[in-house]
Design a protein around this ligand. Structure first.
Ligand code: BGC
Length: 740
């Protein structure tokens, strides 16, 4: 439809119809065979009239081509102006075929690969009815206590930005009809910085920190063309994001030029009342519309209040027109006026064909996302020894993690399946050995996952399981323990103060270790864990995150040596939860800790300051020697570019992939600058003995930051260039940025 036609359409709409476009309802209101109760129940609970269903502009989390076609058909038949519904869903890291959680994708340090993954995710979900997906989550990881670390790729603004842009590009796939979905970056803004890592808690930080560290990844998504932005639940400088004019109007729309649709997070307009900035729905709707929020996800605020706000002269018809037009434009971009069923018409054969490719890609991404944290010459497992596979994740399909709500469990390959395939069934024994947790109650229900149905083992079962596992372990040559967090221990509302492995699993590991056999721990979790108390009880640790549908195969590829692990942490792993928030790009402070014990320095008396496994870290089966960085010139004028040269030599007899990292340190600034900032990285593959040279460039633009007066720019002075395989093992050199 042309822009003129769209404007005509807007003109022909009644005020009620326009407001309808700004309302999003969930699937419950559009049941396939709606009985009176099915439809009116959810609406009544929301406080909306039955007519709202026919007026509303978008639907939340309904998937399945048949269902989508049916709902759309019925809706269109009744629609006066034939404006199709927009179907939106949470496809966070995979639809039926699930890829590793974004935290794992971050560990690939390979945005191009992740872009390919999201292209496939888009095609698979579009073919089953999705048109908009609430991804990428672009909240900067700051605190491992926060459960939603799972959904984010990194603690580093630069790396996270690369991934958020790549995800948008993949999802939107140049707008290929039916093979792409519109992407919605979230949760704008600063959602991850909740105090003490407690979900939905207050966020309070300086504008400098927000702009310097938190904004870049959302902005990268906007610059990559994402069509929607979702507001976050938290406050920004005392004002909840969903009613925050500074954030949404000034920063997002004016400064960044975002012209797309702003949608709230789940029922977030209502929360303006519970936050205590609105007395009632009327005031809440007023705040949101004035902040240019276009779609009200699942509340009655817009539906019941916008008209009165106009009638009382509090807001203008123009505000409604602008919001409605943005929504119509999005529908038009997706071609819904021509084909309201979007990707649902893709032929079955094409889907089966691409399902194979998806599984293959999911395996590659999972291979690259696993991070080897420890290896005392026990991995890879050569030949075909007797292996005792033990642990709650040994044969579990939950390895797709919490947010993979649409995962095809049939297709999910467990570690047991993969290990039996590879090492031979006769060589593998498999035991749960222990329960995930002792107590499930505190987890609370999550959507369809009901805690009451997650029955804990009885005391007798526990003893039997443990006994059997110990016996099998005794007979084995090597033990592989598949341990981790229960899926409900991370993800939304999964904050923890204890970020170690759950107690029953630690206890079992200690008993297994006492047998004196080689023991490998494979971890499944959605956040950086504190591993201090398990590290001494095993010979190897492989961090597998929640690796997705092909997880079993991918892990087995690494255990067997078919894949040489290349994953590098994109987050810091602490020794202890007390170090949180922990991230590598800290400030030096006025009293930096020294190597010797000096009481009056910035340190803990009972724990190191540094990460146990630092940002950028990961082991492989090969090893490399890095040269110190050689800078092309010692002085740099602002319009010049420097080159930094690093030689890397594979000093082993195994081919492998290295992620060469370059960090900078601005030694003196008008405001304090971090001790390290990642500025570039390169992934190279090296044959045994091979030497390669990586050349990085440094331009003045890379040296900019928010200066004391909040202008964005660089300052002359000394800079350190630090290069190496991770943020701890670095060699450095220096240059001067000169004044013009
Ligand atoms: C989450 C969002 C999600 C939305 C819709 C909210 O609870 O915070 O990330 O997209 O629900 O399901």
């Amino acid at each position: 439809m042309t822009e003129e036609k769209l404007t005509e359409l807007l003109k022909s709409m009644t005020r009620k119809e326009k407001i309808g476009q700004m309302i999003q309802l969930d699937g419950g209101c559009f049941k396939q065979n709606p009985s009176e109760e099915n439809v009116t129940g959810p609406l009544e609970r929301l406080g909306l009239s039955k007519e709202t269903v026919q007026l509303c502009g978008s639907v939340l989390n309904v998937m399945g081509a048949e269902q989508v076609v049916k709902i759309q058909k019925e809706y269109m038949q009744k629609s006066r102006l034939k404006i199709p519904l927009l179907f939106m869903a949470d496809i966070i890291y995979g639809y039926k075929t699930v890829f590793p959680i974004p935290l794992g994708m971050g560990a690939t340090w390979n945005p191009e690969l992740v872009c390919d993954a999201y292209r496939m995710i888009a095609a698979e979900s579009a073919a089953d009815g999705d048109m908009v997906t609430f991804s990428p989550p672009a909240d900067l990881i700051r605190d491992a206590r926060w459960g939603r670390c799972l959904e984010m790729a990194s603690e580093d603004p630069f790396l996270l930005s690369k991934f958020s842009a790549a995800m948008v590009k993949g999802l939107q796939n140049d707008g290929k009809p039916g093979k792409s979905v519109a992407s919605c970056v979230k949760h704008f803004a600063g959602y991850s910085a909740v105090q003490a890592g407690r979900e939905y808690n207050t966020v309070d930080m300086s504008e400098r920190n927000l702009r310097q560290n938190f904004f870049p990844a959302y902005k990268a998504a906007v610059d990559a063309g994402c069509e929607l932005v979702m507001t976050s639940f938290n406050t920004i400088d005392g004002v909840p994001a969903t009613g925050n004019q500074w954030l949404l109007k000034k920063v997002l729309r004016e400064e960044w030029g975002f012209q797309g649709v702003v949608i709230t997070d789940y029922a977030a307009i209502n929360e303006l009342m519970t936050h205590g900035v609105a007395e009632n729905e009327y005031e809440a709707a007023h705040l949101a519309i004035n902040a240019t929020v276009d779609i009200d996800m699942r509340t009655a605020c817009y539906g019941n209040q916008l008209e009165s706000l106009i009638q009382n002269g509090e807001i203008s018809d123009e505000q409604i027109d602008q919001a409605c037009m943005r929504i119509l434009q999005l529908k038009n971009k997706l071609g819904l006026f021509e084909n309201p069923y979007y990707g649902c018409m893709i032929k079955k054969e094409t889907l089966t064909q691409s399902a194979f490719q998806e599984a293959a890609l999911a395996r590659i991404v999972a291979n690259r996302s696993c991070v080897l944290l420890k290896n005392n010459n026990v991995l890879p497992i050569k030949n075909h020894p007797k292996i005792a596979l033990i642990g709650p994740y040994a044969d579990s399909k939950d390895i797709t993690g919490l947010w993979a709500v649409f995962a095809d469990r049939e297709k999910t390959v467990t570690l047991r399946q993969a290990m039996e395939e590879h090492f031979g069934k006769e060589n593998i024994s498999c035991d749960k050995g222990c329960d995930f947790l002792y107590d499930y109650e505190s987890l609370g229900d999550f959507g369809n996952i009901k805690v009451s149905e997650l029955s804990a083992m009885t005391e007798v079962e526990r003893k039997q399981q443990e006994q059997k596992a110990l016996e099998n372990a005794q007979r084995a040559d090597i033990i592989v323990m598949a341990l981790g967090e229960h899926i409900l221990q991370s993800g939304e509302a999964g904050s923890r103060t204890d970020i170690t492995l759950p107690r029953p699993q630690k206890e079992l590991l200690k008993k297994i270790h006492a047998l004196g056999k080689k023991t490998v721990v494979v971890l499944f979790n959605g956040r950086p864990l504190a591993l201090k108390d398990i590290e001494p009880y095993c010979d190897a640790i492989l961090e597998a995150w929640f690796p997705g549908t092909e997880g079993g195969h991918s892990i087995c590829d690494i255990l067997s040596g078919d894949y040489n692990p290349s994953g590098r942490l994109a987050v810091s792993f602490p020794y202890d939860v007390g170090q949180e928030p922990l991230f590598y790009s800290q400030f030096s402070t006025g009293r930096p800790a020294s190597k010797n014990v000096d009481r009056f320095t910035s340190r803990y008396i009972d724990c190191p300051n540094e990460a146990m496994y630092p940002f950028g870290f990961g082991l492989s089966y090969h090893s490399c020697a890095y040269s110190a960085p050689v800078i092309s010139q010692k002085n740099m004028m602002p319009d010049e570019e420097l080159t930094v040269q690093v030689d890397i030599q594979n000093i082993s007899d195994c081919e492998g992939t290295e992620t060469v990292q370059m960090y900078l340190r601005d030694k003196v600034g008008s405001v304090v600058r971090p001790i390290l900032e990642l500025k570039d990285f390169r992934q190279i593959s090296l044959k045994p003995g091979e030497k390669q040279t990586v050349i990085f460039k440094i331009s003045e633009e890379m040296l900019r930051f928010y200066r004391q007066d909040m202008t964005w720019g660089s300052e002359a002075g000394t800079f350190e260039v630090l290069t190496g395989p991770n943020s701890h093992e670095l060699q450095k050199s220096e240059f001067q940025l000169c004044k013009k």
